[in-house]
Design a protein around this ligand. Structure first.
Ligand code: C2E
Ligand code: MG
Ligand code: MG
Ligand code: MG
Length: 287
């Protein structure tokens, strides 16, 4: 049979390609199983007011407790969830969980007024019926949609800009808060800044990291802060990793921030009594 393949001109798959395809199929199956058997968990990272150091709220970050590989971060599976559309099922679960957490916090003193930021796939905005489903889901699970900050990044409206913007406006009208995530990471444009329905703009980590290098970068962040503020946005700096970075951001007046220096993402440990909910943010607990 090998002979009939001649000099191998008709062999399409070499071993490494075969391995990749198998890995990808395995990931897809495992992800399906993960949804069924609820292998996901949420890690919460604090978002602080940089001047008062008060807590604005938390961003929830998806984690997958994989049966053999251990705890996985989104970079290891999110692409597959997006590609297959499974992300919509996963995020349904995320929103249910987050709404439950809001209810618990409502009864606590410490986080009674906390917001929760949820990263969402752009599919919610552009896929038929998804937006209605999303708003329905939120309505069923909470009476306070304004405690939710839905975070989208620019890829969410790269292709179907008008449709996505329309969706965002509907969400705003509905009552949730919106954040533009990872601003400045890609080819961020100034064009849309004047008519985005976002309340928050989250400055990408790469910006904040560059603050270490030289003062020009600080000018850039300062300019972005001024521009953003003029347009009515509230700025959140991502990835604050050191006291020096924090101080620089405070100098330029950046309002909110998050990062390992402030608090690492961590699971919330629920106390037995709902009125005594404690968030565990152990410094040594990474990702
Ligand atoms: P993101 O929304 O920009 O979230 C912030 C990411 O930065 C998180 O990565 C967080 O762990 C990390 N981070 C926070 N502080 C620091 C810091 O000081 N230094 C550094 N180097 N990193 C820091 P993570 O958890 O791996 O998530 C990656 C991305 O996956 C998120 O980026 C978000 O866009 C996406 N993601 C997470 N959960 C979900 C979800 O439920 N749905 C969707 N669609 N996307 C999600
Ligand atoms: Mg985010
Ligand atoms: Mg995000
Ligand atoms: Mg981000």
């Amino acid at each position: 049979q090998a002979k009939s393949l001649g000099r191998g001109r008709y062999v399409f798959f070499d071993d490494s390609m075969r391995e990749k395809i198998i890995a990808s199929m395995t990931l897809e199956q495992e992800l399906r199983q993960a949804i069924k058997s609820k292998q996901f968990e949420l890690h919460y990272q604090k978002i602080s007011d940089l001047t008062s150091t008060k807590t604005l709220g938390f961003e929830v970050l998806l984690r997958w407790q994989h049966p053999t590989k251990g705890l996985l971060t989104p970079s290891e599976f999110l692409f597959m969830a997006e590609e297959t559309g499974m992300i919509l099922d996963i995020e349904t679960w995320v929103i249910e969980e987050v709404c439950l957490q809001l209810k618990l916090w409502k009864k606590s003193k410490e986080y009674e007024h906390a917001y929760i930021g949820v990263n969402l796939s752009g599919r919610h905005l552009i896929q038929a019926n998804q937006l209605t489903k999303l708003m329905g889901l939120i309505s069923i699970n909470t009476v306070e949609p304004e405690r939710l900050i839905l975070e989208f990044n620019e890829s969410a409206f790269a292709r179907h800009t008008e449709l996505a913007l329309k969706g965002l406006r509907k969400l705003k009208e509905f009552g949730v808060k919106l954040a533009l995530d990872d601003y400045g990471a890609g080819l961020s444009s100034f064009n849309f800044l004047h008519n985005y329905p976002f309340e928050f703009i989250k400055l990408d980590r790469s910006f904040i990291r560059s603050l270490n290098n030289n003062d020009k970068n600080l000018s850039l962040v300062k300019a972005l802060h001024e521009l953003g503020t003029k347009f009515g946005y509230r700025l959140v700096a991502e990835g604050i990793e050191s006291e020096a970075m924090l101080q620089k951001l405070q100098t330029v007046g950046c309002e909110f921030g998050q990062g390992y220096h402030i608090s690492r993402p961590a699971k919330i440990v629920q106390a037995k009594s709902a009125s005594n909910v404690v968030a565990m943010h152990r410094a040594q607990q990474s990702l």
